[in-house]
Design a protein. Structure first.
Length: 569
């Protein structure tokens, strides 16, 4: 995620429309190009250089193949920066005309479409969703309204199928609707069906007619299909699917996955997203044209609930988050697909915006550092201030209270946790290895002995007393661990799905606790298992199809995983 020639940028910025400029690169280095469809009114040469340098740094740290980046302002400036490879093997560079999947940024389009219908008197956003879309598997709760589906406050699970496998099954809520925030793709998949119910059109066509065409985004794609695959760069995902990916880990060619659901099926070029960002600059100030009245747009962008997963102090509106960048409220969203990751940051106060997308997915990354920094740089140009310094993007994320974990663990087979910069490292059976924080007291590592299972440290009071790796306990200083409950051992195992979205789920019996992905499960009276973590309150786990005293299948909020009999436990 190389420095550039300032003279070159001064030359590019001078023309009304500049052709792509490919940087001179030595053999094996990453290519880049800049296109300036509109130079605008300011001197953006230095800004483009800083923003590109930030993107280069991010790509290097994360080991990303390619990125498309759009930066724009409302005074007429637009630049497209293309970096890296569309095809790593053939050494083909990303081009400005390549399409990228924008993922959950699509939710803002669904929100706009529904708000437009509401502004036309065709939808009551406060109505129970079951009244608007009868026949769907709604929970028996009139508090599940269209507006709450849009703001992720309905209490629905995150990724449950909207058509349950049994006809008498329904969806559920993990909290009283309106009382909390829980990000739900399920909610937006249902909202796509609401669009179809109200318009008589498919979800992709409704998005085209209600939002894209009025905004002049006629080339934007609202469905992901194989027929359009030639418009995209090749895309990549983690090479090792049996473990949590680490920063900069190896990537491999990803499969193509078709999709038409409203939660994330839009694809666009960087130029199209620049145009969309300019629309959102006005929308963020409550200007509704050409989609809806100003009053309706003001309601659309009004935050409804805290949404800390989008950043400290973030709130969520109706398809867009509102985050604070310096002292400005910005419209923001990210998107993650099987093999693409995207971010969009728009500062309506300064009238600047940035979109970035990379052709790699299923990694714990979104290009938000680049889009946020781009807005800070563009804002400095607009306000005539010095450009902000480049952010430092590090491969080693800081670990709070790192000293808590230092020491030797286990007997016989042992490992030692040591300090490494602001983080931690592991000396184990295969030598020195990285550690990355994956959750509270949970770490991923690239040590082959521990990587597939991960490390969950346990405490007695505030003191770390040991670490679980799968079903094996490594006591600090060699202390013995608690025996596993045999009833829990029967549930433990590796469960898999052939869906590219799902992959592998591992369940461990760790003493008296049943653990999935580092998160503790507790039994519930209805026969399901619930996560102890309140952020996962909307999810349900069920062990099904018992055979010889062990389940043959696991349901994670309605998605099925088959037991892998030779899986590591």
């Amino acid at each position: 995620m190389g420095l550039i020639n300032r003279r070159a940028w001064l030359g590019l910025a001078a023309g009304a429309a500049a052709a792509p400029a490919m940087a001179a690169t030595a053999a094996g280095t990453r290519p880049w190009a800049v296109t300036i469809p509109s130079p605008g009114q300011g001197d953006y040469a230095g800004a483009i250089e800083r923003i590109r340098a930030c993107a280069e740094q991010e790509m290097t740290v994360w080991g990303l193949p390619g990125m498309t980046l759009a930066i724009t302002d409302e005074r007429g400036f637009e630049a497209i920066i293309s970096l890296g490879w569309a095809d790593r093997g053939a050494r083909k560079a990303v081009q400005p005309g390549h399409y990228f999947q924008i993922g959950s940024i699509s939710k803002s389009f669904a929100g706009l479409a529904l708000f437009r219908l509401a502004d036309q008197g065709k939808l009551d956003l406060s109505a129970p969703a079951a009244r608007v879309l009868p026949g769907a598997a709604w929970p028996d709760d009139p508090g599940v309204t269209v507006a709450r589906l849009l703001s992720h406050t309905s209490g629905l699970p995150g990724n449950a199928p909207i058509f349950p496998p049994a006809p008498d099954q329904t969806l559920w809520t993990g909290f009283a609707p309106g009382s909390g925030f829980s990000y739900s793709n399920t909610a937006y998949a249902l909202l796509g069906k609401v669009l179809t119910q109200l318009t008589g059109l498919s979800t992709p066509q409704a998005l085209q007619d209600l939002v894209m065409r009025p905004l002049g985004l006629t080339g934007m794609l609202s469905v992901i299909r194989s027929a359009d695959r030639h418009l995209f760069p090749l895309s990549y995902w983690p090479a090792l699917s049996d473990r949590a990916p680490l920063v900069g880990g190896p990537l491999d060619r990803a499969p193509w996955v078709e999709s038409d659901f409203a939660a994330g099926s839009i694809s666009a070029t960087a130029a199209m997203m620049a145009r969309y960002a300019r629309f959102l600059m006005a929308a963020g100030r409550g200007q509704g044209g050409p989609l809806m009245s100003d009053a309706a747009m003001a309601r659309f962008v009004k935050p409804q609930t805290p949404a800390e997963e989008f950043g400290k102090g973030a709130r969520y509106a109706h398809g867009l988050a509102v985050t604070v960048l310096d002292d400005h409220d910005c419209l923001f969203h990210t998107g993650g697909m099987v093999s693409f990751n995207s971010a969009l940051t728009v500062d309506p106060v300064s009238g600047v915006g940035a979109f970035a997308s990379v052709n790699a997915g299923l990694i714990p990354y979104r290009p938000r550092a680049t889009t946020n920094y781009a807005c800070q740089v563009l804002r400095a140009v607009v306000e005539g201030r010095p450009l902000p310094d480049l952010p430092t993007i590090s491969r080693e994320a800081p670990v709070e209270n790192a000293a808590d974990y230092l020491g030797v663990y286990g007997q016989g087979s042992r490992f030692e946790v040591k300090p490494a910069g602001q983080g931690l490292a592991l000396d184990g059976p295969q030598g020195h290895a990285r550690m990355e924080l994956a959750g509270p007291d949970v770490f991923s590592t690239d040590d082959g002995s521990f990587a597939p299972l991960g490390l969950r440290f346990v405490r007695e009071g505030e003191k770390v007393i040991g670490c679980w790796c799968g079903g094996t306990f490594y006591g600090r200083g060699g202390a013995a661990g608690p025996p596993a409950d045999p009833r829990l051992r029967a549930l433990a195992g590796t469960y898999f799905s052939n869906s590219p979205w799902e992959g592998i789920v591992r369940v461990f019996a760790q003493g008296e606790e049943l653990v999935m992905g580092g998160a503790i499960l507790k039994p519930a009276p209805d026969g399901t298992w619930r996560f102890e973590d309140p952020e996962l309150a909307c999810e349900r786990v069920r062990f099904e199809a018992p055979l010889s005293g062990r389940p043959s299948r696991l349901s994670l909020s309605g998605s099925w995983f088959e037991r892998l009999e030779d899986g590591v436990q």
